[in-house]
Design a binder for this molecule. Structure first.
Ligand code: FAD
Length: 410
């Protein structure tokens, strides 16, 4: 252990105990750091603001954590994408697609994982301000049960979500352009009918979910997480009206949700403009929604934040060894890990999102009619050069060529 590691009470304070913060703390504690999580909530994971879907790769193969057993609701084999006129791409991935979890349990189990590795947690602690002293460390002001408290540490990790105070106080945050924000409403529903109870169902269309999609994710027997995320500024009515109109007024909704009941509601905002330009500065690193590590096309953020927690741990092992907590060291090392893993695919996903910004319903129908699941997966992952039915699509709908050229030329 380096000398820098053992001087104070804590080596690293992680602000926010969501999936990104807990996973960061877990890997840091495993490396032998004295880590403390501060979270404003009294119960991690509540309220839920999520579709609760997570892919398999990060959690199983990269982090080797696996989905906490008690949090798993459905193991998903693939996806079905419905076009505006309900044409469908139905695709089962060879190794399966992912999981639907119960985030109340998922988040708490991840926190438990961090604590079992040796991290400390203090609930009911809302951080209000940080002061960065490049030489000495970070001073944190927080409210604990209405009283102001002070904490200090050499390093602070901001895992405090989309409205991150750490991102703002450290100067890393930039204002979110409304075009880069999706607004979202979701329900947990019981009594939902499933033709395919192991598939993610996504509905597209400018009348259904402008610049976004509506999801039906099976969550255990006859339950579902049903929600919608749409682009701010693209909507002609409220986001809730879009969701309710689909569930209660459309033929498809009436068929699927005939006797279903809403047992829980969620609302939230999703940053879809790509990650912040810089993820770290002197003595401060950001992770998860605080760093806007959310896929610009799908709006998924759980896995990216968790994986970045491991990247932060790897970066800080080196930083403590070298006793180098400078902006240059932290932002270069952590930034490289992030960019090598996701820089390119996030760039392409942003371009794909811009395509979605302008697609007409007819064009969406044409895509769904022409592509198969493999091509759609490649399109979502930004592997546009590998799409095998691209030429067929361009022949069917030449207007798409102009849109693609504009998006790729940006
Ligand atoms: C409606 C909706 C649906 C979504 N669906 C999906 C999905 O299906 N799959 C997916 O991968 N992603 C989804 N996302 C995105 C996903 O929820 C986020 O990317 C993910 O929760 C980010 O994790 P995080 O740990 O960075 O932040 P959060 O989960 O937001 O956790 C932040 C933590 O910081 C704490 N905190 C905040 N401020 C302070 C403070 N000042 N002091 C102390 N603590 C503080 C909070 O209490 C909280 O515990 C969805 C988002 C929304 C809104």
């Amino acid at each position: 252990m380096s000398s820098a590691k053992s001087k104070g009470k804590h080596d690293i304070i992680v602000v926010g105990g969501g999936p990104a913060g807990s996973t960061t703390a877990r890997f840091l504690a495993r490396e032998g750091f004295k880590v403390k999580i501060l979270d404003a909530r009294s119960h991690i994971g509540i309220p839920v603001r999520c579709g609760e879907a997570i892919g398999k790769e990060t959690i199983n193969d990269i982090l080797k954590i696996g989905v906490p057993k008690d949090a798993l609701r459905t193991e998903i084999d693939g996806f079905r994408v419905f076009s505006p006129s309900l044409k469908v791409i139905d695709y089962r991935l060879p190794k399966g697609e992912g999981y639907v979890v119960d985030r109340r349990i998922f988040d708490k189990e991840l926190l438990k994982g961090a604590v079992l590795e040796g991290a400390d947690i203090q609930l009911n602690t809302r951080v209000t301000k940080i002061k960065i002293d490049k030489e000495k460390g970070i001073t944190i002001k927080a409210e604990l049960n209405g009283k102001e408290i002070t904490e200090s540490a050499p390093i602070v990790v901001g895992a405090d979500g989309i409205y991150s105070i750490i991102a703002r106080n450290s100067g890393l945050a930039k204002p979110i352009d409304p075009i880069d924000l999706n607004t979202s409403v979701g329900y947990e529903m019981v009594g939902v009918k499933f033709e395919e109870p192991t598939m993610f169902d996504l509905y597209m269309g400018n009348e259904i979910a402008p610049r976004g999609y509506l999801w039906v994710f099976p969550k255990g027997e006859s339950s579902a997480n049903v929600g919608i995320g749409i682009g701010v500024g693209f909507a002609k009515k409220s986001v809730r009206e879009y969701l309710d109109d689909f569930i209660f007024k459309s033929d498809e909704g009436k068929k699927r949700f005939k006797n279903a009941k809403i047992i829980e509601e969620r609302i939230g905002a999703i940053p879809v403009g790509g990650t912040l330009d810089k993820l770290a500065t002197d003595r401060v690193l950001l992770v998860g929604d605080a760093a806007r590590q959310v896929n610009p096309l799908t709006g998924g953020g759980i896995a990216y934040g968790m994986e970045s927690g491991k990247m932060i741990s790897d970066t800080l092992v080196k930083a403590f060894e070298k006793e180098d907590f400078t902006d240059k060291f932290l932002s270069t090392n952590y930034g490289k890990l992030w960019n090598d893993a996701y820089g390119k695919s996030f760039g392409l996903a942003t371009k794909a999102r811009k395509v979605l910004d302008v697609l007409t319903d007819q064009q969406m129908d044409n895509i769904v009619e022409t592509f198969d699941g493999e091509d759609l997966t490649k399109a979502v992952r930004g592997k546009w050069g590998q799409i095998k039915l691209g030429a067929k699509l361009m022949k069917k709908d030449p207007s798409l060529l102009k849109i693609l050229r504009r998006a790729l030329g940006d």
